[in-house]
Design a protein around this ligand. Structure first.
Ligand code: 5AD
Ligand code: SF4
Length: 441
């Protein structure tokens, strides 16, 4: 049997999709990249904003036809939107054969067995399609990155956010299990590990905290880079920052969602920090980690956001100088406290604020990129390819430790291959994209 996975949403969902694919592989199924070839489609959904949920659910609508086109086809719905609407799925979307909500991802394999039951005997699959129970590494490695979920859920109650409702309270995985997955990832070729959690730096288990976890991961032989998303500003204390600063594998990049620059809005968002506290954390990061990239998430049009509040966000952006920012229009989510307030910022105002914010953050990112031109950066090569605008020329693409995308033109004698760490001298910036020449492989 062949399966196809469609993933919406954040990198935690990507990690969950990798884990669920491993469960399908373990039953002798094979992943295919086209829906047409597939017997099973798994749609892993997001519900953080209404638009994200809508995209996933409209795909499910289109799958009705796909399903009837060939007998025996199955539709699996998973993730955060699945968790939110699981009680309605059977009557709203009868084409769905199995629903596994975000709180149940750990039980995916079991639920799959219940679905397939006698209809699918995986032991009778040919040896060609059968794969052994994958190692923890194969479960989480994509390209040269080992995705390792260190915690699930969120104990915060940001007033706009549906995540605590669909992912539940925080659960931390044992440090040894995490270390085992990182090691196995490196053994199967990963150069980088990406530690995942909703508030990743609130990690603690058996008296060991996030700093201890980073310290132990840093010692894994062969591991070149450690990243983590997303930390919460409240836990970005001096101990964590000092640890990040001293560990060689931990990359000089911190994605620190701020959401708003207005103290009034931050309070109503229940973010547990204020503007000054956030700036202090960033200043300390920059003091301890020279050239650290700081990126963020921002929301415009939260209920009650005035032009004055929005300007506070714009001035914060100017003050910090983010290397990049994900900017969102506020989207009321059912069941959240913010959704009880009137969504009173008109759509047009939200759009106009979003456009102004994007202009500011993109200009800032372009400025940061052009400041880097002339410097030498370590790149982890991800792909060797021909780009549509420069046919016939081979390029290596990859990311710096600060998480900037870089492309390098290769000459015919180049021996650079995906997974290589190379020193690159940056020669040009096009917006957020950088171009450079390889100095050493
Ligand atoms: N509306 C808009 N953006 C939201 N986010 C979370 N909930 C909402 C919402 N209701 C954004 C936040 C968060 C990112 C993952 O999504 O910026 O950091
Ligand atoms: Fe949502 Fe806030 Fe938890 Fe992040 S910290 S997942 S924004 S509730």
């Amino acid at each position: 049997m062949k399966y196809h996975v469609v993933t919406f949403g954040c990198q935690m969902n990507t990690a969950d999709s990798i884990e669920m694919s491993a469960a399908l592989n373990a039953k002798g199924m094979n992943a295919v990249s086209s829906l047409e070839e597939a017997d099973i489609v798994l749609v892993n959904t997001c519900t953080v904003r209404q638009q994200a949920e809508h995209r996933a659910l409209s795909l499910l609508g289109r799958l009705k036809e796909w399903k009837t086109a060939r007998e025996g086809r199955l539709v699996i719905l998973t993730g955060c939107a699945a968790e939110r609407i699981k009680d309605e799925v059977h009557w709203r979307m009868p084409q769905v054969d199995l629903t596994v909500g975000a709180k149940d991802i750990d039980r995916f394999s079991q639920r799959l067995d219940e679905l397939l039951g006698d209809s699918f005997d995986w032991r009778s699959e040919t040896s060609e399609s059968f794969t052994e129970e994958p190692s923890p590494a194969a479960r989480g490695t994509k390209g040269f990155v080992a995705y390792v979920t260190i915690m699930r859920g969120c104990n915060y109650s940001c007033s706009y956010c549906i995540v605590p409702a669909v992912r539940g309270r925080e659960i931390y995985r044992p440090l040894e299990t995490i270390l085992g997955e990182v090691k196995a990832g490196v053994e199967s070729g990963a150069k980088e590990t990406l530690l995942l959690g909703q508030t990743v730096n609130s990690y603690h288990h058996d008296g060991r905290d996030f700093s201890e976890l980073l310290t132990q991961i840093d010692r894994v032989p062969g591991l070149k880079r450690t990243r983590f998303i997303s930390p919460h500003p409240h836990y970005m204390n001096t101990r964590t920052i000092d640890t990040i600063a001293t560990l060689p594998t931990v990359c000089e990049h911190v994605h620190l969602p701020v959401q708003s620059g207005s103290d009034l809005i931050l309070k109503r968002m229940r973010r547990n920090y204020d503007r000054v506290g956030y700036i202090k954390a960033v200043n300390y990061l920059r003091e301890k980690i020279p050239n650290v990239s700081v990126t963020t998430d921002l929301i415009v049009g939260f209920p009650g956001e005035t032009e004055e509040d929005f300007k506070q966000t714009l001035t914060l952006v100017g003050e910090i100088g983010f290397d990049s920012a994900y900017c969102f229009k506020y989207s009321p989510r059912p069941g959240t406290t913010a959704a009880e307030s009137v969504d009173d910022v008109p759509r047009q105002t939200k759009e106009e604020r979003l456009a102004r914010l994007l202009e500011a953050t993109e200009a800032q990112a372009a400025r940061r990129a052009s400041q880097m031109v002339g410097s030498v950066q370590e790149i982890l090569t991800e792909e060797i390819l021909e780009l549509p605008d420069t046919k016939g020329i081979q390029w290596a693409t990859g990311r710096t430790r600060g998480n900037w995308n870089v492309r390098c033109q290769l000459d015919i004698n180049s021996i650079v291959k995906p997974g290589d760490l190379v020193a690159v001298k940056l020669t040009a910036a096009h917006g957020r994209s950088l171009e450079g020449n390889i100095c050493s492989a």
